[in-house]
Ligand binder design. Structure first.
Ligand code: MN
Length: 255
């Protein structure tokens, strides 16, 4: 396993935190991470589903959102670049959130030169092509007209709709064959080919793993980020390569 000195320049990647007022533990871990781990990085990339839900930027004043946004702004102002990609849960994050938090919203996918290695970032839901029903839903909610119509509804109504959707998706997740929620190999290959065989980093599936794809004579690394449900983790990448790090602080009191 390649090891490198993490006092050297590095960037951090996280996704699927699903932050919400109902999950104080994840919020606590996030606050600790933003204060103690993230400031040493050149950049922090959040690859989708930072929030469990985002009804629209007119919900910025919510006290829970304000708490998260203050931590984001503090990091951005400390000199660590903060780059945030939409997930399926927080698709409606927009300009006002960007301005309030100091974060820059990234298009999905984004190709970057990461310390000399071409690296492609995506949330990962577009790779789950076996789930046709989900892909239909995704196409619909990505339409500008759909989003405009949705955002025209009162905030309370939007929140109620999202809550219904969330409950339904929980039920469906239990009924769906788990392979439906995994990435499709051909979709991964197509994406890698399309971007000239980069390293790939994504989230969404909540199953952290490091895989090598041998494709057309190239070897592409794929790093999958884990969710922050039980064991919060981050991926740290520098010139020497990438490595998972645990970001769960010791509990202040035994549970
Ligand atoms: Mn997701």
């Amino acid at each position: 396993m390649r090891r490198f000195n993490f006092t050297m320049p590095h960037s951090l990647f996280i996704s699927d935190l699903h932050l919400c007022a109902k999950q104080p533990r994840s919020t606590e871990v996030f606050m600790h991470f933003m204060r103690h781990t993230a400031p040493d990085a050149d950049a922090l990339y959040v690859l989708g589903d930072l929030f469990e839900s985002w009804a629209g930027d007119d919900d910025l004043d919510d006290p829970f959102h304000q708490q998260i946004i203050r931590a984001m702004r503090a990091l951005a102002e400390s000199g660590t670049r903060l780059l945030v990609m939409h997930g399926n849960r927080d698709l409606l994050m927009g300009k006002a959130l960007e301005q309030a938090s100091g974060a820059i919203l990234l298009p999905d996918p984004t190709l970057l030169d990461l310390y000399g290695t071409p690296t492609l970032l995506t949330h990962g839901d577009t790779l789950c092509t076996d789930d046709a029903a989900y892909q239909d839903y995704r196409r619909q909610v990505h339409e500008t007209a759909w989003q405009r119509q949705f955002l025209n509804q009162p905030l309370a109504q939007r929140k109620a709709f999202i809550e219904q959707l969330r409950a339904r998706s929980e039920t469906e997740k239990q009924q769906k064959n788990s392979s439906l929620m995994e990435v499709n190999d051909a979709a991964v290959s197509n994406l890698l080919r399309e971007h000239n065989y980069p390293r790939l980093i994504h989230g969404h599936t909540h199953r952290p793993m490091h895989i090598l794809h041998h494709l057309d004579g190239h070897t592409c690394e794929r790093w999958v980020l884990g969710d922050w449900g039980r064991n919060a983790n981050a991926l740290r990448c520098g010139r020497g390569g990438c490595e998972y790090i645990s970001v769960t602080p010791a509990r202040s009191s035994p549970a």
